[in-house]
Design a protein around this ligand. Structure first.
Ligand code: UDP
Length: 453
């Protein structure tokens, strides 16, 4: 490590307590640790990462929060985060103050890197005059959308977003995104979105923004974002290729790998809707019958409680359960990266969370895109329209559309072309994190920027 950095070698990470945010920030921690930094993770008591053997070199600190059980059960993710930031701001400040008091001469804090939704970090870092850096776990395009939405007239935005006739039209200045592709959230009221976004894109006193993306995926959004923001933007991803950091908050059912081992190459559609999305009963049935009619094999992750009025899969029809025993497999949570790497997997039906999107492209697996909310809609549009490695299912979900989409991906020539393009992108992503690649150089530039502090 560079001599100038030897003294200031501790980096404090502040994750959002949700799988899709924890995973990339822990990977970032691993990447920075491999460059010689010590890592302290300050987390809340909700959805904690365990200090397992994979992170034995990291220091974990937990701050108390005053959210009630009913908050955890009833608040949607947006409200939960707003309340969490308020409830934990004082304890976060106290915790950071304690670290500063106890730090040794050779272990000073170089900077605080906080998830863009953990705004509680801003005030504390400012008070202690610590350099702070925003970490975005979404795509650069989604970040750019938030920046655009934060600046539009909020009243007009609300009217436009509710205007059904506008939904299929292109949103001005964000080609190829349509109104309906914008990252509004089903988890919170539309009214709160401009305010939440102006909070997240307001980098405040932060000295930089790190994004888990690569230039080869989003060069024009990155260039534009760099013009919009007042601080340097460092695209350093995909972090899951650059640094492995197993940080699943749920127990992975590895039996599905044994099941995949018995399937033919590229014959299985893998279905997972991430860690938060909830299915509707009708959609679940259409999916089930569409899969059945497609005659293709499938591995389906159904999280307990993700189908309404059902603890797990008991609301699926009996005939479908019989079919599962013939050519399907259902688990509560899968080792997703291993699944996507498996030669039997020919396609990924995804909600298009950014991690799932990067992980699928990173394995050259084409996708069926069925986004639910937020940035997933942006990612789905890019998968189908820009990278052309996905088929998006829009509107009412019908079993015929499900059947057709699965066949397009696994059986038709079109699927083979999508796979070819996905593999080309995978190779580009791999080069970007190798020495000399754009993301690798960007991480080095970010680290070197500390020298000027
Ligand atoms: N994931 C997993 N097993 C599963 C489903 C998902 O390990 O059965 C992981 C997946 O690899 C990804 C993360 O959970 O890293 C989900 O993040 P994403 O951004 O795709 O979606 P979110 O959960 O935030 O909606």
């Amino acid at each position: 490590m560079d001599e100038k950095l030897v003294k200031k070698r501790r980096i404090v990470l502040v994750p959002v307590p949700a799988q899709g945010h924890v995973t990339p920030i822990m990977q970032l921690g691993k990447a920075l640790h491999s460059k010689g930094f010590s890592i302290t993770v300050i987390q809340t008591q909700y959805n904690r990462v365990s200090s397992s053997k994979d992170f034995s070199d990291f220091n974990f600190l937990t701050i108390p929060g005053s959210l009630t059980d009913s908050d955890l059960k009833n608040l949607g993710p947006v409200q939960f985060l707003m309340k969490l930031n308020q409830a934990c701001e004082a304890s976060f400040k106290q915790c950071l103050g304690q670290i500063l008091k106890e730090q040794g001469d050779d272990d000073e804090i170089a900077c605080v890197i906080y998830d863009e939704y953990m705004s509680l970090s801003k005030a504390a870092a400012k008070e202690f005059q610590l350099p702070s850096v925003v970490f975005s776990t979404t795509s650069a395009t989604a970040f750019l959308c938030r920046s655009v939405i934060a600046k539009v007239n909020a009243d007009k935005f609300l009217i436009d977003m509710k205007d059904l006739e506008l939904q299929d039209k292109l949103f001005p200045g964000l080609h190829p995104l349509r109104y309906k592709d914008l990252p509004t959230s089903a988890f919170g009221p539309l009214e709160s979105i401009p305010r939440v976004y102006s909070e997240t894109v307001n980098t405040g006193t932060a000295s930089a923004v790190i994004i888990n993306t690569a230039n080869c995926l989003e060069s024009s959004s990155l260039a534009r974002l760099q013009r919009e923001l007042q601080v340097p933007v460092y695209p350093i991803g995909p972090l899951h290729i650059a640094a492995s950091a197993p940080s699943s908050l749920l127990e992975e059912d590895r039996s599905c790998i044994e099941w995949l081992n018995m399937q033919k190459p590229r014959s299985v559609i893998y279905i997972s809707l991430g860690s938060l999305a909830l299915m509707e009963s009708k959609d679940t049935l259409e999916m089930a019958w569409g899969l059945s009619n497609s005659n293709q094999s499938f591995l389906w992750v159904i999280r307990p409680g993700s189908i309404p009025a059902s603890e797990w899969t008991e609301s699926l029809p009996e005939e479908f359960t019989k079919l599962v025993s013939e050519r399907g497999y259902i688990v509560k949570w899968a080792p997703q990266m291993e699944v996507l790497k498996h030669p039997a997997v020919g396609g990924f039906w995804s909600h298009c969370g950014w991690n799932s999107t990067l992980e699928s492209i990173g394995e050259g697996v084409p996708m069926i895109c069925r986004p639910f909310t937020g940035d997933q809609k942006v990612n789905a549009r890019y998968l189908e329209n820009v990278w052309r490695i996905g088929v998006q299912l829009e509107g009412e979900l019908e079993k015929e559309d499900v059947e057709r989409a699965v066949k397009r991906l696994l059986v038709d020539e079109e699927g083979a072309y999508m796979r070819k393009r996905a593999i080309e992108l995978k190779e580009k992503l791999e080069s970007s994190v190798r020495s000399g690649g754009s993301s690798c150089s960007s991480l080095d530039d970010f680290i070197n920027s500390f020298k000027d502090e």
